[in-house]
Design a protein. Structure first.
Length: 94
């Protein structure tokens, strides 16, 4: 008999190296499967985000800096339109 490292219950291990009772082992396996599933979904979302950022018609990163310099409010008397466009360009850069 061995004591489960997780719940502390006594159990009869099928193999000498087992440290968790069957119930705790299954709970851990389900948690790991859910974790792997969440990682997979995160990777898919990251790839989709990258795909959307690089789709045709997207503004290239080097061009955003040039556009910011062209439309910066300091060059246009602090106009509201220059502020809005510069703010949007800064958001696109991130």
């Amino acid at each position: 008999m061995k004591r489960c490292e997780h719940c502390g219950e006594w159990f009869a291990p099928r193999y000498p190296k087992l440290k968790l009772c069957f119930s705790c082992f299954r709970k851990r396996e389900r948690a790991l499967a859910e974790y792997d599933s969440l990682l997979w979904e995160l990777r898919l979302l990251r790839d989709e985000n990258a795909r959307l950022r690089t789709k045709a018609g997207a503004v290239p990163a080097d061009m955003i800096g040039k556009l910011i310099r062209l439309c910066h409010p300091d060059k246009h008397g602090g106009s509201a339109m220059a502020n809005d466009v510069t703010r949007w360009l800064l958001e696109q850069r991130n």
